[in-house]
Every structure is written in C-alpha cells, then in structure tokens.
Design a protein around this ligand. Structure first.
Ligand code: 5GP
Length: 179
C-alpha cells in the first residue's frame, strides 16, 4: 500500500521520460551509447529511460554516496566503479538529482579520466537553490524548488525509493508516506 501526496505524478514523470528518451535517441542517432546509472538513486529513472531509448546502448552502474539522511557530507565516496571499458565510448551519466553539484562534478572528472569519446549528464531532477559549482546539465527532467524529495529512486534514510512518484519529504511526514 502506497500513500502520500505526489509532487510529481506517475503520469507527469512518464510523459517527461518519454520526451527525454526521444531527445537522446535523436541526439545519438548513428552512435552507440554507454548509459551509466549512478546508484542507488538513478535505478528507476534509468530503467524507464532505457526502455525508450532507440539507439544501441550498453548499461553500467556506479555506486556513489554523499548524503546521510537529508544532509550532504560534502565528500563523495565511490563504493563501486564502472566496470565497462569507457575509453572512446559516448557516455551519459544518469543521476537522480543535482543539488550542490559536487557529486556530479567529482564523478564527471572520474569518467573523463577514463578517456571517453564524450560525456553528458542526464538528471531526473535539478534543484538549483544550493548549487555550489557550475555544472552543464545536458538533459533535465524537472527543475524543482528547494525541498527534500523522495520517491522514484530517491530515499530518506534508504526508505521510499520504491514510490512510483515524487513526494516532498518533511520529518513529520515519515509515517504518512509509506513506500
Ligand atoms: P549534490 O552533490 O548535487 O549536492 O547531491 C547529489 C545527491 O544528493 C543526489 O544523488 C542524492 O542522492 C542526494 N540528494 C540531493 N537532494 C536530494 C533530495 O531532495 N532528496 C533525496 N532523496 N536525495 C537528495
């Protein structure tokens, strides 16, 4: 049983995912793609996108963390690196949300050091309020206000990732959102 008021509904999400996948398919026509999901948060977004992207594509993952509950630690830890050979590949990094930008700045550098043909960023959500570094975001699902959100892969303390929609999280709403 899943309850809680959606901030972005399943329908809104699926409509936008379709648009983004169409855009990527057009931009990468004639090329082969290496889609890299940043776990855990991007698992749902990438799996929806992968079903709709129309160019030949390999999928890999990178496990990283920088957040504890609702606060960034400022330090990015890579728990598991990409296992595919990245050299000369067209890479898109799929992220759940960009907040300060520190995680992606670091991870993009890590990928660039592996000498890919190109690297682009596709983020489901973009929260600009606390951006600390300039990041070029090539594909953005939704710009959102300064709220802590959960669902569609995003967690609070490893809960709520399985909500099919995005909800705004407040400490006192823990018991009202059941994922
Ligand atoms: P950044 O390094 O850009 O500040 O943070 C990126 C990471 O912080 C995301 O991958 C995500 O794990 C976490 N994060 C930032 N904002 C939120 C949010 O509103 N909700 C959740 N669940 N995670 C967030």
């Amino acid at each position: 049983m899943i309850t809680g008021k959606p901030f972005l509904t399943v329908e809104q999400i699926q409509r936008r995912v379709k648009e983004l996948a169409a855009q990527i398919s057009e931009d990468y026509e004639g090329k082969e793609l290496l889609a890299v999901g940043i776990l855990k948060g991007a698992f749902m977004f990438l799996s929806d996108m992968a079903k709709l992207i129309q160019v030949p594509m390999n999928v890999d993952f990178l496990v990283a963390s920088s957040y504890i509950k609702t606060h960034t630690t400022g330090e990015v830890v890579i728990h598991a690196d990409i296992r595919e050979d990245v050299k000369n590949k067209h890479v898109i990094l799929f992220e759940d949300i960009v907040d300060t930008g520190l995680t992606l700045q670091y991870l993009k550098e890590v990928v660039l050091s592996k000498k890919p043909a190109s690297v682009k960023i596709c983020t489901f959500l973009n929260k600009k309020a606390h951006r600390q570094v300039h990041m070029d975001l090539d594909y953005v699902g939704f710009d959102i206000p300064d709220e802590f959100v959960v669902g569609y892969g995003l967690d609070y303390d490893n809960r709520f990732r399985n909500l099919p929609y995005i909800a705004i999280f407040k400490e006192d709403s823990v018991d009202n959102i059941k994922g």
